[in-house]
Design a protein around this ligand. Structure first.
Ligand code: SAM
Length: 255
């Protein structure tokens, strides 16, 4: 845990307190989310012949569990012990066993995973946006690249910050990552910071600081780290309107 705090310069993991981890499931809205995106990711991975998958931003486990239920051999990692503990609990409650689960910072993913190789790495639910330094993003993508087998696939899913920055936040579009009884929106939004606030019906309020990654920039980062054939989806579809969708998925391959 101390390694995570030292290495992640924005100390992002400190945002994920155990109380927040407890609330995250309400935020995620598991059933709706898996119904909406589960088939998409499973299809994408199966089409590439993937079996061994690392979810490196497991959070409380929605995608890691969904992929394990779909038959993939899932290694679940996260930089936050609080989130991972909840993921293990959620997996056990559904009778799911992860192939492995451990705390791992993206910057040192290969060391944390004992230099294992995966067919695919997924980083979903607006997670990669937690890195605030260009160098950290570059180093994290290089570490991810190292844990993939040749032709392995990386999937990164994040909010459409281009639309937010260029046109302002539109709460009507807030559709896919929130369960009932949670209100989500930015309380600060500029090219360097998207501070999101999460208001729960029970009165709890949490805030998360994120870096508003633009779509083209992330594609360039991926290519710079050695990924090829980067494809983008918007709200899980292609082609898509880059200024119209809520979330963007980037799929990239190790040469
Ligand atoms: N994918 C999950 C979901 O959709 O519910 C969790 C999303 S949550 C917005 C982001 C997750 O990324 C958190 O669990 C956080 O601990 C993790 N995270 C942030 N920075 C990280 C880093 N540098 N290394 C590993 N995990 C990190």
């Amino acid at each position: 845990m101390s390694a995570v705090l030292n290495l992640n310069r924005g100390n992002q993991q400190q945002q994920y307190t155990s109380t927040f981890a407890e609330h995250w499931d309400d935020l995620v809205g598991w059933e709706a989310r898996l119904a909406r995106e589960g088939h998409f990711y499973a299809r994408l991975l199966k089409a590439q012949g993937c079996r061994k998958v690392a979810d490196i931003a497991t959070g409380t486990g929605v995608n890691a569990v969904g992929l394990a239920q779909a038959g993939f051999e899932v290694t679940a990692t996260d930089g936050s012990e609080n989130m991972l503990a909840k993921a293990r609990e959620n997996a056990a409650a559904r009778g799911i066993r992860f192939a492995d689960s451990k705390v791992a910072d993206w910057l040192h993913l290969d060391e944390a995973l004992g230099h294992a190789q995966f067919d695919a790495v997924v980083c979903l639910g607006n997670s990669f946006t937690h890195l605030f330094d260009h160098e950290d993003r570059r180093d994290a993508l290089r570490a991810i690249h190292r844990v993939l087998r040749p032709s392995g696939m990386l999937v990164i899913d994040q909010r459409n910050y281009d639309r937010m920055l260029d046109h302002g936040y539109d709460s009507k579009h807030e559709l896919c990552y929130t369960g009932a009884g949670v209100q989500v929106g930015p309380v600060e939004l500029n090219p360097r910071l998207a501070k999101f606030e999460y208001r729960f019906d029970n009165g709890s309020v949490f805030q998360l600081n994120m870096y508003p990654l633009r779509q083209h920039y992330l594609t360039h980062l991926l290519e710079d780290a050695g990924f090829v054939n980067v494809e983008r989806f918007g709200d899980l579809q292609r082609p898509y309107d880059p200024q119209g969708v809520d979330f963007v998925q980037q799929v990239a391959f190790k040469a």
